[in-house]
Design a binder for this molecule. Structure first.
Ligand SMILES: NC(=O)c1ccc[n+]([C@@H]2O[C@H](COP(=O)([O-])OP(=O)(O)OC[C@H]3O[C@@H](n4cnc5c(N)ncnc54)[C@H](OP(=O)(O)O)[C@@H]3O)[C@@H](O)[C@H]2O)c1
Length: 300
């Protein structure tokens, strides 16, 4: 089958479409014929070698964690899913014609494959960090870097739970952020002074989705390091704030994502699609860092 691989860490140009042996679904796994694969920020960080200490890879390696497609193998011990079912989920080497998934949910029939492929990591991450930061219905949550893939999921899932969300994004993404249901403002110098008037009852919790050294300002706004959680700044604990780095409950989160989509409460916009042969361009666009929604690679 055709798959995107890299044989060395480096710039997006290290990605190539090559012929490889098909993977197979082991116990507890399913395999899909991939129709579309979501591009996460973590994908380019892995390819660039930034995660090589934490997550060493045998090279050459495939790329991609998220995908949507049609089930074509079901591993031992798996129930509730059958050949031909349309699913979306998380696995490995998803930029390929076939990929093995470790967590998944049934894709709603009216959710296009391209859009569904962008949901898994953002939705799993969003449900996990909303739980870990402990924000409750009726409270106010500040989200730094709210317009990307994870941010889009956080804002909408929080809004669906009755949480008021103040989100930051670049000037060009203010309208997008408002369309998700957030009170929007820009990031950068003066954040504390911009957010205070938007939160007359205070900020109950804050999530740092994008990094960029914002943790101390989030602590100032919430009044307590324990109310701040980052997924992108591993220096956060130096200030007393927490870091969340990966979860295990993907299937349940994706089922919640599917339910919210079907209720009209969750859409993660497809910012742009790329064919498999242009995977390097998709990585470069993700790495540039200003995507509203999700970049997606389609597989014929
Ligand atoms: N620890 C975990 O469990 C976990 C899980 C998933 C992802 N992550 C990490 O979380 C981060 C976000 O992932 P993603 O896939 O959502 O990325 P993404 O889709 O590329 O979104 C990144 C967003 O960051 C915003 N941004 C850029 N510069 C900023 C700044 N100076 N201040 C605030 N926001 C800024 C951009 O907003 P504008 O376009 O408006 O500039 C962009 O929309 C990545 O670092 C990823 O590695 C961690």
């Amino acid at each position: 089958m055709k798959a995107v691989q890299f044989a060395e860490y480096g710039d997006p140009e290290v990605l190539h479409v090559v012929e490889v042996e098909e993977p197979h679904a082991g116990p507890g796994r399913i395999r899909i014929a991939v129709r579309a694969a979501g591009v996460n920020a973590i994908d380019w960080k892995i390819r660039a070698g930034f995660m090589r200490e934490m997550r060493p890879l045998p090279l050459p390696s495939g790329s991609g964690m998220d995908a949507a497609g049609v089930v074509d193998e079901v591993g031992d011990g798996v129930s509730g899913v059958a050949l031909g079912d349309e699913v979306f989920g998380t696995g490995s080497a998803t930029l390929a014609e076939h990929a093995v998934l470790s967590s998944w949910a049934t894709k709603p029939a009216d959710l296009p494959f391209e859009e569904a492929a962008g949901y898994p990591v953002p939705v799993e991450t969003a449900t996990r960090i909303l739980k870990e930061v402990g924000v409750q219905p009726g409270q106010t949550l500040l989200v730094s870097g709210a317009a990307g893939g994870v941010g889009s999921a956080v804002v909408q899932i929080a809004r669906a739970r009755g949480i008021t969300v103040i989100g930051t994004a670049s000037e060009g993404n203010q309208g997008y952020l408002r369309s998700l249901g957030a009170v929007a403002t820009t990031y950068g110098a003066g954040l504390v002074d911009r957010v205070r008037p938007l939160a007359p009852n205070g900020v109950d919790a804050a999530l740092d989705i994008a990094g960029h050294g914002v943790v101390t300002e989030l602590i100032e706004l919430t009044g307590e390091p324990a109310k701040v959680l980052s997924i992108a700044d591993f220096t956060a604990p130096e200030h007393g704030a927490r870091v969340s780095a990966g979860g295990r409950n993907g299937g349940a989160a994706l089922e919640e994502g599917a339910r919210l989509f079907s209720k009209g409460a969750l859409r993660i916009a497809v910012a742009k699609t790329f064919p498999l042969a242009a995977a390097a361009e998709a990585h470069a666009a993700s790495q540039a860092g200003h995507v509203a929604g999700r970049l997606v690679v389609t597989v014929p």
